[in-house]
Design a protein around this ligand. Structure first.
Ligand code: F6P
Length: 360
């Protein structure tokens, strides 16, 4: 590589707040500090399948509105694994070589891939096959990427879920109801436990800790016996029925989606005549809107650090947030360790210390 580099950047997987500030940081650092060129690849790796590849040169003067903008200016997708790419006739084919050809056409010296654990694992496989110089930045509202304590998007999602509990408390109290808030978290309960503590939930259910309906009802009754006429429950979408069945439904495209645990709990509580219940499913509201200051900050720190790794020719690395600072680890280590809520960790102890029912 010469002194002037041409660096690609893409966002992959579900969007979240904080992606645009991360892109902004990459562009400011790479263009203004190093004098490099930054090429934004559109719709994740799908942009590489177009001929010519769907990509634009990103300029610092375009970056100002990005600090406060939700979503991703580059577009993204959480579909279309290059190694099992869905074709219109329903078959799955390996399109990895087509993507590698697209990457070559762009003449890139390195690629910054912003994604969750699944996307980063796929990008690494492509990088190894295509000999790309890859640096990863973790993002996901689920906050479940290994090694890093924080991923871009998590803080905003927790803020939104906490605000939802703040609002639901008043209506629950006014009507003497139990209100159940179902939040995202495909495999992990990080959003539920953080927002649950911050938003004063009485019951927090996460996939990492089993629960019983009997104990959920007992907690509501205990509150009633103390004159507390309402209860707030926050539940992660990945929580299963008491018997261990996943709650999923098939969407119009035949894909399996999580959802329904809130309704299930509502029916269980109601049918035992414990309280009147209502359910709020927060859904994609948690991914949208203005990034929180903390997500802007972490996106900025990750963006700058990712560019600096390229300057130091340190590839196959993912930036991480550990012990109050940005570090980096080999991508292989990050994707090897899925990060669930630690059932013996501080947040679980805190919730229990506050008298919140958390299962078990
Ligand atoms: O992984 C992020 C996430 O928001 C999960 O919390 C959720 O289950 C999933 O993506 C929803 O994906 P989609 O955008 O395809 O509905």
């Amino acid at each position: 590589m010469g002194d002037t580099k041409r660096v690609g950047i893409l966002t992959s997987g579900g969007d979240c707040a904080g992606l645009n500030p991360t892109i902004r940081a990459v562009v400011l650092r790479a263009v203004e500090h190093y004098g490099w060129e930054v090429i934004g690849i559109q719709q994740a790796t799908h942009g590489l399948l177009k001929d010519p590849p769907a990509a634009v040169t990103l300029q610092p003067q375009q970056m100002s509105p990005l600090l406060t903008a939700g979503g991703t200016m580059l577009g993204t997708t959480n579909k279309g694994n290059p190694f099992a790419f869905p074709m219109p006739d329903g078959t799955l084919i390996d399109r990895s070589e087509d993507m590698i050809a697209g990457y070559r056409k762009l003449g890139l010296d390195a690629l910054i891939g912003i994604g969750g654990d699944g996307s980063i694992a796929i990008l690494r496989k492509l990088a190894q096959q295509g000999n790309w110089n890859l640096v990863g930045i973790p993002k996901t509202i689920d906050n479940d990427v290994g090694v890093t304590e924080r991923s871009v998007g998590f803080d905003t999602a927790v803020n939104i879920a906490t605000e939802a509990l703040d609002r639901l408390q008043f209506t629950a109290a006014s009507h003497s109801r139990v209100i159940i808030l179902e939040v995202m978290g495909r495999d992990a309960g990080h959003i539920a436990i953080s927002a649950g503590i911050a938003g004063g939930a009485d019951i927090i259910l996460i996939p990492e800790i089993p629960y019983t309906i009997e104990n959920v009802c007992a907690k509501i009754k205990e509150r009633q016996s103390k004159g507390k006429n309402y209860s707030l429950i926050i539940v992660a979408e990945a929580v299963r029925t008491e018997g261990g069945d996943p709650l999923t439904h098939t969407d119009g495209l035949g894909e399996c989606r999580l959802g329904g645990i809130g309704q299930y709990l509502s029916e269980q509580i109601c049918s035992r005549h414990v309280a009147e219940t209502r359910v709020t499913v927060l859904g994609h509201v948690q991914r949208g809107g203005m990034p929180s200051p903390s997500d802007r900050l972490i996106g900025a720190a990750f963006g700058v650090a990712a560019v600096d790794l390229i300057a130091e020719s340190q590839f196959d690395q993912m930036v991480t947030w550990q012990n109050r600072q940005v570090m980096s680890v080999p991508i292989v280590d990050a994707i090897a360790h899925y990060r669930a809520v630690d059932p013996t960790g501080t947040l679980v102890k805190t919730a229990r210390g506050l008298g919140i029912y958390l299962g078990d």
